[in-house]
Design a protein around this ligand. Structure first.
Ligand SMILES: *[C@@H]1O[C@H](CO)[C@@H](O)[C@H](O)[C@H]1NC(C)=O
Ligand SMILES: *[C@@H]1O[C@H](CO)[C@@H](O)[C@H](O)[C@H]1NC(C)=O
Length: 486
């Protein structure tokens, strides 16, 4: 039987490279442009941003340069923060178990996982028999990091050189957590609910990562369980494999399933820190795989939507009602184009996008800190924890950074085929149509889902695929190009 996915991929692009079928997605090989995880050094701001916007994981080999933290052992964490508590993972019980950093067993004794993972393949035996890790969520405060401890950790925190700008420095500082693994430890494959890029910096020892993009799905029942080990029961096929050494950092993205294993030939106990950055976002990856992401846990559990909607809609997060009415979509397209494409030549330049985004004001909430509307759309606890900028200088600095990134991210999201630095009228229409169809499908099925009507959900999802296939087959040739990493 021909799979829906392969048909959709085959019909993905029109001869000029612009994908018009709103549910079509590029294949992973095409989009990411090959397997190897690239390793870079002395990464420049523009190279960093470009790689993040694509959304393919990469390693920064010299991430730890001039960071005192690199080389800090488990024992040193134990001596320095004896009053903190961390979470013991994979205890097998339903209650969370906390262990004091002040105790010694965690770094001196093995503690096998209590998960009942039945390895189907030889490949999984390593992780199934591995030691369970400990994670210290400094960011959560509470008994994991009482105020004094949290302040001490944040004070000692030094940013890696590629974390730039007030927004990213704040996010990274605020979001740091530490992972402690004894030799032969593992974290089972999972996808986090982050909506923004994450960085894992290896502080001591080395760790092997296996990663896989979220499987491409057009039916929500086929979306894998994103929790630890869930995907082993379904379709775990690692796409990338990479060993990250002491002082190196892996940059990875929302909805990438990942598993880590600390090999036997290693220090007795290894440490890594994970933190996030806000700017830029993997815009090209979000655009390419939006139909799948809307079926994923990020939509059901996550809070990414407010952040993501406006790349396509160019309106405040809740301002646009999804529809499949082609006339309505085209009308919206025309009015957006009229507002943004000031010289009316049919394509949107960086300057035009800047003028459009910078000018937006939000009359409904006057007197807020940020002067333009759209930074406020995201000015929530999700986005900034409980931290708020103290001075108007910091506000202005952050607003400028967010505006710059928002323009670039929006351009990268829309400018797909070909990538020429301009957003054509057709590119805008394709992104809008994708957004509408994907979210209309979600709106319709959401009601059925909350009513527990699984079969109806599936029927509706099938209708979407069939209708679009019929539509596509009249227009498209099965040519595949454009929309790739190249
Ligand atoms: C990290 O945050 C803490 C607490 O807000 C602050 O004292 C420290 O200066 C910050 N460090 C950097 C490098 O931004
Ligand atoms: C439209 O105008 C922009 C400047 O606003 C320019 O960069 C672009 O090349 C023009 N596009 C076409 C198709 O003429």
């Amino acid at each position: 039987m021909v799979s829906w996915r392969s048909l959709l991929v085959a019909f993905a692009v029109e001869a000029n490279g612009l994908e018009l079928n709103p549910l079509a997605e590029p294949g992973h090989e095409d989009f990411f442009g090959g397997r190897p995880v690239e390793r870079v050094r002395e990464i420049s701001p523009s190279d960093f941003d470009e790689r993040v916007r694509l959304g393919k994981p990469f390693v920064i080999e010299d991430a730890g340069q001039s960071l005192d933290l690199v080389g800090t052992s488990c024992q040193q964490f134990h001596e320095r923060f004896p009053s903190a508590k961390m979470r013991a993972e994979y205890t097998g019980s339903r209650n969370e178990e906390f262990v004091s950093l002040g105790s010694k067993a965690w770094f001196q004794k093995d503690r096998p996982q209590q998960e009942r993972l039945k390895p189907k393949s030889k490949d999984l035996q390593n992780v199934a028999r591995a030691n369970a890790p400990y994670v210290w969520h400094v960011k959560d405060g509470g008994h994991e990091a009482p105020p004094g401890v949290r302040a001490a950790v944040q004070k000692a925190w030094q940013p890696p050189y590629f974390v730039r700008g007030a927004v990213n420095l704040r996010e990274a500082n605020e979001s740091a957590e530490f992972w402690f693994h004894r030799r032969n430890g593992a974290v089972l494959a999972h996808a986090d609910t982050y909506c923004i890029p994450a960085v894992s910096l290896q502080i001591t020892g080395k760790k092997r990562w296996r990663l896989m993009p979220h499987p491409q799905v057009q039916f929500s029942r086929l979306a894998p369980d994103s929790h630890d080990g869930g995907i082993y029961r379904a379709n775990w096929r690692p796409f990338w494999e990479i060993t990250v050494h002491e002082g190196e950092a892996l940059v990875f993205f929302p909805n990438l399933f990942h598993e880590t294993h600390v090999p036997e030939e290693n220090l007795e106990c290894t440490v890594a820190t994970t933190f996030q950055i806000q700017l830029p976002v993997p815009a090209r990856y979000l655009r390419a795989y939006l139909p799948t992401f809307a079926m994923s846990h990020l939509y059901y559990e996550g809070h990414c939507l407010d952040l993501w909607h406006p790349y396509a809609t160019l309106r405040p997060p809740q301002a646009v009602q999804a529809t499949t009415d082609e006339a309505a979509i085209e009308e919206e397209h025309s009015s957006l184009l009229a507002a943004i494409d000031k010289d009316a030549n049919g394509s949107i330049s960086y300057d035009e996008m800047e003028a459009f985004l910078a000018a937006q004001r939000d009359p409904a909430s006057p007197g807020r800190r940020f002067s333009s509307a759209w930074p406020r759309w995201f000015y929530t606890e999700d986005y900034f924890y409980d931290w708020r900028p103290a001075t108007s200088e910091v506000v202005r600095e952050m607003e400028a950074e967010m505006l710059e990134a928002r323009i670039q991210d929006t351009m990268a999201y829309l400018d797909c085929c070909p990538r020429d630095g301009l957003v054509s009228a057709n590119e805008l229409l394709a992104a809008l149509r994708q957004w509408h169809v994907v979210h209309h499908r979600l709106d319709v099925t959401d009601q059925l889902r909350s009513g527990g009507q699984k079969r109806k959900v599936q029927m509706v999802e099938k209708q979407f695929v069939e209708r679009l296939l019929a539509y596509a087959s009249t227009i498209y040739q099965d040519v595949l190009f454009g929309f790739t990493a190249g």
